[in-house]
Design a protein around this ligand. Structure first.
Ligand SMILES: [Zn+2]
Length: 239
């Protein structure tokens, strides 16, 4: 159960559970979540938050910076676009000759010699072109990455769907189906792998229990690093 609370102008959500100690996390949208044991008293909770005040404000400030810098995509020559954690500049190419059949057909968008090359005729639908390119790359990557983990985790992924999940990176549906956000392919490959492993483990263990994190750690001992990368940089992974 979550209750929205306020302390010295800081709004936070209080979540009581079976846990033994108190903890704070900052969600991607900037929400502050304070997790405490069932019996924790409010003055102790507030003392705990007070002690973490600097950390909370640093985290929130960082998120604000990222959100402010969230690129206003204009799809112009020279603008950088992310793929697997690296930025590649966009370059338009004139495809008038191709369209008229004088030149061989080219892909409307491709990553070629360190540049994203987009056909001039696609300028108005550049964003859609990027999204469908990203979706294609996820499909390719998943085929290769999944086989690294499925036996070790002991799950069979029946199907993958690539969707626009908004601010969620992935989710797992029923019957071994995993839903992936197309934005995930903008992250470095090890972060992408973490998202995949996280959902694969959810096929066995639905909640974020101790057992869940134990299973994640078994196949990915450094998962915390990747999770915090995502937490800090996630807002940047967008078009
Ligand atoms: Zn989860």
């Amino acid at each position: 159960m979550m209750t929205t609370m306020k302390m010295n102008g800081l709004e936070y959500r209080l979540k009581r559970s079976n846990r033994k100690s108190m903890g704070i996390s900052i969600e991607r949208d900037g929400a502050v979540i304070v997790k405490v044991p069932h019996q924790a008293e409010l003055n102790n909770i507030e003392k705990f938050i007070y002690e973490k005040k600097i950390w909370i404000h640093q985290k929130l400030a960082k998120k604000k910076v990222l959100n402010r810098e969230k690129p206003n995509r204009e799809f112009v020559n020279g603008q950088g676009f992310l793929y697997l954690g690296k930025s590649y500049r966009l370059k338009f190419f004139d495809n008038a000759g191709i369209k008229s059949g004088k030149l061989p057909k080219a892909a409307p968008l491709r990553l070629w010699r360190g540049y994203f090359e987009l056909a001039e005729s696609e300028r108005a639908i550049a964003r859609e072109r990027f999204i469908s390119w990203y979706k294609k790359q996820i499909n390719k990557q998943l085929k290769a990455r999944m086989s690294r983990y499925d036996k070790r985790i002991g799950v069979t992924v029946k199907d993958i769907r690539i969707l626009d999940l908004g601010h969620r990176w992935a989710s797992c549906g029923r019957n071994g189906i995993i839903n992936f956000n197309w934005r995930t392919i903008m992250a470095p490959i090890w972060v992408f792998d973490y998202i995949l492993v996280h959902e694969m483990v959810h096929l066995i263990e639905h909640t974020h229990s101790d057992r869940f994190w134990h299973l994640v750690a078994r196949v990915m001992p450094d998962y915390k690093e990747h999770a915090s990368w995502l937490n800090e940089n996630g807002a940047d992974l967008d078009l």
